[in-house]
Each structure stands twice: as C-alpha cells, then as structure tokens.
Design a protein around this ligand. Structure first.
Ligand code: SF4
Length: 341
C-alpha cells in the first residue's frame, strides 16, 4: 500500500505543545476583559470564521441561505432521507458556498456577523457553534485582534501537525465537489489549529464539572473498531456497545480497560446524544474521541446539552466516508486518554 498522506497527524509532543499554546492564548485574551475563557474562545471562532469565510458570507444570497439552512435542519430531523438531501446540498454548497479563499477587507460589524452566521448555518457544519455566536455580545474589534494574534502564532505550535494538509488536498484535488462535505473537507489550516486550541481550552473550561459527574462515558468514533463491517456491537440508547467479538479491536481494548465507564461507538457526530435523557444530563460526563475538525462542534454539542465534555483527538483521520480511499484503524494517545478520564 502507498504511504498515506493525512491532512493532519499528531505525535507524542502534541499534547505538551497545545498546552503551552493554550496558556499563551489565555494570557493574551486576558487583555480584553472577556466574561470567561469560553467567551474568549467564541471571540476567536468569530474572528477566524470571519477571516476565512467573510467574503463569501457577504455575497451569499438570502434565498440560498434559507434553502440550505432548511435542508440542514431537514437532514437532522429525517435521517432516512439523508441520501436524497445530501445530493441536493452537495450541489448547492459547491455552486454557491465553495469559493477559493479571498482576503476579507470588510469591517466586522453586527450586521456582518449576522451574514457570517447565515453562511455558517447554510454549510450545516457549525450547528453547535451557532448559538454561541448568536449570543455573543462582546466588542467585535477584540475578535479581530485576537485572530491576528492567533494567525501569527498558531503555526509555531501546531504547524508541524498540518504540514501535509496542502499536499493532501492537492493529491485529492477535485474530491468531494458536489458532495455535502465539500466545505468541511476543504477546511483551511487555520480551522485545524482553531479546533486543536479550542479543544484544549474546552478541556480546561469543563474539567471541574466533568470530574464532578457520577457517570462517565467514553464516546468512540466507528473508525476505531478494527472490524468495521462485521462489528457486532449492539445498539443502545446512547450509541453502540461492544460485544467483544475481536480481541484485536481498539474498542474491545478500551472497553475492557475501563470497565467502570460506559463506552459507546458513535457512527456520526450529528447523531451523538440523540437518545440522551434528563438523567444523562444530570449525571453524565463524556470523554469524546474525534478527528480534528469535529472538536469544537462536538464539545459544544455536549455542553449545550448540559453534559460536560473532555476530549482526546484521533492521531490522524481514518475513515473512508470523508478522508481516505479505504478505512484504516483510528488511533489515539492511550496516555492522554488515561489522564483525561
Ligand atoms: S470487538 Fe466490539 S467494537 Fe470491535 S468489532 Fe467486535 S463488537 Fe465491534
């Protein structure tokens, strides 16, 4: 098999570096009198999304926004129609939203933030971020200053983990055009770095609340089972549960290693926690494992449901549905999992 080029890949030093970057971010953001670190993260998200997508957002026709936002909602409400809806979304997203990066010279005003939120809503990829962006009341100029600092510094700490991203996208040039994940798949390096830093900040924000929960669940993506098609995991309210059919499987190992915790396999982030009940919202803390571009949305999805999250990153992407020609086994840092749980 050819050597696989990944859009990102972590090594043993990653968690040390992202912690240092997290410390520097918190220190720098204290200049702006944010209510708390979560508001600082919201400000950074707004600034980065504005930098990357502002030009396209200002150009987006309101009817196209509405049509795509409705389709994104419809897809969640009626997963059985996914194939038909995704075909339509893929065409509209590629025609109207997928544009080459163009530097944005417009000022970030309240009105422009609303247009940016419309763009994000239309993509369907930022559903869990949107409530945070809509409720943001801090000075928007600070989002820009924070983003400039982030753009100047993120590569120093995180650039080595995304050094193959350009090559990866070049090799897969026309991939995912006309597909519903076209915007997600072509994510800019800054979005990778934003998610990495975002996960580190969220881990700090939610740590105490997570520790106080009486039940803990480890949420694993389906690329971590080594026997994907033949997996015999059984469906349960919060996800699929391993039935121990294959001792070589990563999910098998983690489930055996942490018998005191619930372990669930989730096939897609959008379906996570669908079956959560009131008792889960009161008792549960989750440790989620996911690939980089899902980190912020996964963290806020969980915290929006009042379930405090912690997260560990997949060391690289592993699935065929978005990233690779064939499924490979997802891996994580076991040391980090042990520390976080
Ligand atoms: S060991 Fe568990 S997760 Fe792995 S393939 Fe079997 S049932 Fe699925």
């Amino acid at each position: 098999m050819d050597k696989i080029i990944f859009p990102y890949r972590l090594n043993n030093e990653y968690y040390t570096k992202v912690k240092i970057f997290g410390d520097e971010f918190i220190e720098f953001s204290q200049k702006f009198n944010f209510k708390n670190d979560e508001e600082a993260l919201e400000a950074l998200c707004i600034g980065v999304y504005w930098y990357l997508y502002g030009t396209t957002a200002l150009d987006l026709n309101s009817n196209i926004h509405q049509a795509l936002a409705n389709l994104a909602e419809y897809r969640i409400a009626f997963p059985e129609d996914k194939i038909f809806i995704d075909e339509l979304r893929g065409k509209l997203l590629t025609k109207f939203l997928f544009k080459p990066f163009e530097k944005n010279h417009e000022k970030l005003t309240k009105e422009n933030l609303s247009l940016l939120i419309n763009f994000l809503e239309a993509t369907g990829d930022y559903i869990d971020q949107i409530p945070h962006l809509k409720n943001f009341t801090h000075d928007l100029n600070d989002c820009i200053t924070l983003t400039k600092w982030f753009c100047e510094n993120s590569r120093n700490y995180l650039g080595e983990y995304t050094s193959n991203l350009e090559k990866y996208l070049e090799n897969n040039g026309s991939n995912h055009l006309m597909e519903e994940d076209v915007i997600f798949y072509h994510g800019h390096e800054l979005e990778y770095h934003l998610n990495m830093l975002g996960a580190e900040i969220m881990n700090r924000i939610f740590k105490d609340e997570y520790d106080s929960r009486t039940r803990k669940a480890i949420i694993l993506p389906s690329c971590m089972n080594s026997n994907n098609k033949k997996c015999k995991a059984k469906e349960d309210r919060l996800g699929h549960v391993c039935t121990f059919c294959n001792p070589k499987c990563n999910v098998y190992k983690i489930t055996k290693e942490y018998p005191q915790y619930e372990v669930y396999i989730i096939s897609h982030e959008s379906t996570a926690f669908k079956g959560a009940k009131k008792e889960d919202k009161n008792e549960l803390g989750i440790l989620g494992v996911t690939c980089v571009l899902n980190l912020i949305s996964g963290g806020w999805k969980s915290s929006n449901l009042s379930i405090p999250p912690q997260c560990v990153l997949l060391n690289h992407v592993a699935c065929r549905s978005h990233w690779l020609k064939e499924d490979i086994y997802g891996e994580i840092s076991e040391e980090e999992l042990n520390l976080k749980i």
